[in-house]
Write a protein that binds this ligand. Structure first.
Ligand SMILES: C[S@@+](CC[C@H](N)C(=O)[O-])C[C@H]1O[C@@H](n2cnc3c(N)ncnc32)[C@H](O)[C@@H]1O
Length: 214
């Protein structure tokens, strides 16, 4: 009889795990912005202030800054943030980067015109609920959240994202979690991603745009 070999959960040591992943040459998720963000960022106007949550190596924050937005961004990985800072410098834009653990973040009240939450599915349900509350809290009235994630069907494709169903999003989960927001768009769809080597291939996706009532 052979015992099943199990790998350690990928979420035990997020800083170490992501520092290792981002230490490889190149940009794990590429240098182009996420497509859902690209297609929906016109909800924000130049000069407005946007927070890019768990921003990784900077592909989304740098692109948002190139659109004339004032961008704050944070990630738990100091390697990722260092690469993001280099990326912003080379791109000639300013982004206010910070290394921070979202689990202990002190979310400000009513500060941002926008929040970008692109593939932040590292959080188990209890932490996720705190993160979602924090993202709503830090939006100004009238501010807009743009969010992208994978649905449970992604477990069949395994082309990116966490291999754990409880971390994945359904439309109902997002509707329930963001009941305080007006859902502008909520779309489950399948598409072929080409985001570096990290998100590549046929994928089961969900995108949301939601506004905090003015
Ligand atoms: C799938 S990557 C997405 C990165 C980026 N949003 C993008 O779309 O390119 C998930 C990101 O979450 C970050 N992360 C994981 N746990 C975190 C935590 N506790 N606090 C802040 N960031 C975290 C990782 O370092 C990684 O950059």
């Amino acid at each position: 009889m052979s015992a099943a070999v199990t790998s350690p959960p990928p979420f035990d040591d997020p800083a170490g795990t992501w520092n290792r992943r981002f230490s490889a040459t190149g940009y794990l998720f590429g240098t182009e912005p996420n497509s859902w963000l690209l297609d929906h960022a016109d909800v924000w106007q130049a000069g407005q202030r946007v927070l890019s949550v768990a921003d990784g190596e900077g592909r989304n924050s740098v692109w948002l800054a190139q659109r004339g937005l004032t961008v704050d961004a944070f990630d738990i990985s100091e390697v990722g943030v260092r690469k993001a800072r280099d990326f912003a410098r080379i791109a000639g834009v300013k982004v206010n980067f910070a290394v921070a653990d979202i689990a202990t973040l002190d979310w400000p009240d009513n500060m941002y015109d926008g929040v970008a939450a692109i593939f932040i599915q590292f959080a188990e349900p209890a932490l996720r609920a705190r993160i979602f509350d924090g993202m709503v809290r830090c939006l100004k009235p009238g501010g807009t959240l743009v969010l992208q994630g994978y649905t449970p069907r992604q477990l069949e494709y395994r082309t990116g994202g966490p291999p754990v169903e409880s971390h994945l999003y359904t439309s109902q989960l997002l509707r329930d979690a963001f009941g305080q927001l007006e859902i502008v768009e909520l779309h489950e769809y399948e598409a072929t991603l080409d985001e570096g080597t990290g998100h590549r291939g046929h994928s089961a996706l969900i995108g949301m745009v939601a506004r905090k009532p003015a």
